[in-house]
Ligand binder design. Structure first.
Ligand code: SMG
Ligand code: MG
Length: 369
């Protein structure tokens, strides 16, 4: 049972240590909403993975704040909820807006687990104390620069290297990495930059022995991924196209994905992420935990989720210090030779450093019961 007294929305801006470029754009700072659910002295935390601009998905920080303030928070504030499991039902009449829902739901899970003195991973049925992690490298201005970056992360022991690709910036960089590192676990992520007209070009990826190619085609296009999969030897991993357990079931049924990237925000919450995991486990599809360059709050939740059994591939939950000089949680989330120790504290496992949060906060809004 839980009863919320107050929800605080904050928008934070944290400078990135380097610019991160994908096929859809480039960011220099992480701009996001933090949701604090206050049950009267005890707080739970959730991070919203939308950005200011609707490039990865249609949601933005402004749209998420609007939907949280007018619809999602009022659906739970001042009411007695049996637990975070009941959140999806409480907001069933609100369509879409998955990142906004996930942020509030995560805060409820964190709150409930903190109240019960149990870590989120354990509560969800997690089976690991360390999770395997890889890195995601943005598109680089030069192949030499990319190779130097890959070298640094291979040397640090990361379990998989993923590189972002786009038309015109794909085969040559991947060939260079493969030539230098014949046996590392290597993947590419196109963030929906290609169409089926590029199928013949994409077939050239088959010679690099990639673990998978992530989201080559349109973000809403399961069907054409199945068509591409019939021609490609490299397995397809879907990211943007899997927004629910239902999407995962359809993708499995039509052969659109042999691997699935699970992101709490993209699927609308931890409950739905666990359901996606269940569908994939039943279909024999390995999953891994994606990343959205989260601060420690979102990163910790990701690491907890990745303790579930079917998260067998290295996730995008690398060290927070790769992105940020200073993080908002303690202890810091730092990988050791390609493995992230799962923070053992209650809830998401880490404490939020309020004074650091305050420094990065650009606006704050309190919603009272
Ligand atoms: O380390 O959190 C990270 C980044 C992982 O590449 C990453 N995320 O499509 O998987 C993806 C991207 C989405 C964010 S691009 C700004
Ligand atoms: Mg991706």
């Amino acid at each position: 049972m839980m009863r919320l007294h107050r929800v605080i929305l904050r928008r934070l801006e944290m400078p990135l240590r380097f610019r991160f470029r994908t096929s859809f754009g480039e960011i220099a700072a992480k701009k996001f909403l933090l949701v604090e659910a206050d049950a009267g002295g005890l707080s739970g935390w959730g991070e919203c993975v939308a950005d200011d601009e609707p490039h990865y998905s249609e949601e933005t920080n402004a749209s998420a704040a609007d939907v949280l303030r007018r619809f999602l928070v009022p659906a739970v504030l001042g009411r007695t909820l049996p637990g975070p499991e009941s959140f999806p039902d409480a907001v069933r009449e609100i369509r879409g807006n998955r990142m906004a829902k996930a942020a509030l739901e995560t805060a409820l899970w964190d709150l409930s687990c903190r109240a019960g003195g149990i870590s989120l991973g354990r509560r969800l049925g997690g089976v690991r104390e360390r999770v395997s992690v890889g890195v995601s490298l943005g598109i680089q201005p030069s192949i030499e620069g990319l190779l130097a970056l890959v070298a640094r992360h291979v040397d640090a022991g990361y379990a998989r290297i993923k590189v972002k690709i786009e038309p015109g910036n794909d085969l040559a960089p991947v060939a260079a990495i493969r030539e230098r590192y014949p046996s590392i676990e290597l993947t590419v992520d196109a963030n929906a930059a290609y169409t089926l007209a590029d199928a013949a070009h994409l077939l050239a990826l088959d010679r690099f022995d990639l673990d998978y190619v992530e989201q080559p085609l349109g973000h809403e296009d399961l069907w054409r991924h199945a068509e591409l999969a019939r021609a490609l030897r490299t397995p397809i991993c879907l990211d943007e196209s899997i927004r629910s357990a239902e999407d995962a079931a359809v993708a499995a049924a039509i052969g659109a994905a042999r691997v699935v990237n699970v992101k709490i925000g993209r699927v609308g919450g931890i409950g739905e992420a666990v359901r996606v995991h269940g569908v994939c486990a039943a279909a024999g599809i390995p999953v891994w935990c994606g990343g959205m360059l989260e601060s420690g709050v979102g990163r910790a939740a990701n690491v907890q989720l990745a303790t579930l059994p079917t998260f067998t591939k290295p996730g995008d939950t690398s060290s927070a210090s790769r992105y940020f000089d200073e993080d908002i949680v303690d202890p810091p989330l730092e990988a050791e030779r390609g493995e992230m120790p799962v923070p053992a504290g209650p809830g998401i496992g880490v404490e939020v450093r309020r004074e650091v949060v305050d420094r990065f906060t650009t606006w704050r809004e309190e919603i009272l019961a």
